[in-house]
Design a protein around this ligand. Sequence first.
Ligand code: IPM
Ligand code: MG
Length: 362
Amino acid sequence: MMYKIALLEGDGIGPAVIDEGVKVLNALEKKFGYKFEYERALIGGCAYDDCGKPLPESTISIAKDADAVYLGAVGDWKYDTLPAELRPEKALLGIRKALNLFANLRPAIVFDELLDASTLKPEVVKGVDIMMIRELTGDVYFGQPRGIETINGERAGFNNMIYFEKEIERIAHVAFQTAMKRKKKVCSVDKANVLDSSRLWREVVTNVSNQYPDVELSHMYVDNAAMQLIRNPKQFDVIVTGNIFGDILSDEASMLSGSLGMLASASLSNNTKGMYEPIHGSAPDLKGKNIVNPIATILSAALMLRYSFGNDFAASQIENAVKSVLKKGYRTPDINYGDTSKTSLVGTTGMGDLISNEILSL
Ligand code: IPM
Ligand code: MG
């Protein structure tokens, strides 16, 4: 079986972390005989430099043509002064919409080996395993009308927080189906005490839950959820929420694990096509230093194998290799906390080599 992967390395440290992900996929090819075929395309600032657009048509068609998209990161401060339409971030929103990637899965898992890397007490974070499911193509991110206009002689900026029933329904199904394979708990996060969009959200999620009698559904206001996530994160299994709340809560959840450098993400449609990327950004200041943690990107490859290629076995090979390299004490600087006399500091490429070799030797 041959899988076609669109490689969108992007800006900053994007290319460096994707290199390590590909290294790990190469190890899987070598060991188990899978075939991955790559096609590279530009996205973000590098695409703007190349052709004046952060998301060229050719990139969209390469992404549409592939079985899965593997993305590094986009953005650099040097593009901060560009008009909104030309900024690298716009490309990310554009490709999510173009591929209809409405479901964003961001697992927040705390590895026992990294308990000391979290800013929270070890007993609070030990064993945390949350699947954050964020709706990705609706809400105030895409709602119309939007803009900056002069109203009554004064400029006003506005966006529309709007959810259609069908958008809520389909993400709710993803949440309940995901929970069925886990601890069968869904917490839906909204602001139904204030927002109409959230009142509909809550009603629709509740209706969909009737089709999943085995799953326990709870509702939580977003301000409370932000608090509960750091107070007692172990109460959560699957969290489902809208685009803007999910953006904020998923960054918060990522810190439970100690480092943004550890967390992978999958953005899925209603077929097996998906886009896989680390949740961290392009960190232009760290570019070329060989110090960033490639594990988030490597774990994103595991999600790609699981969700797009239906290969749980290969996915767990990667996950086990990561665990075992951490267990042996290897750390990139972002996760090198606790008793550092027992750890060995490695760089980006070193970590990629270790994980690949682990796969080859498992
Ligand atoms: C994310 C990022 C993006 C978002 C930005 C870069 C557009 O923060 O993927 O969480 O807001 O969705
Ligand atoms: Mg974000």
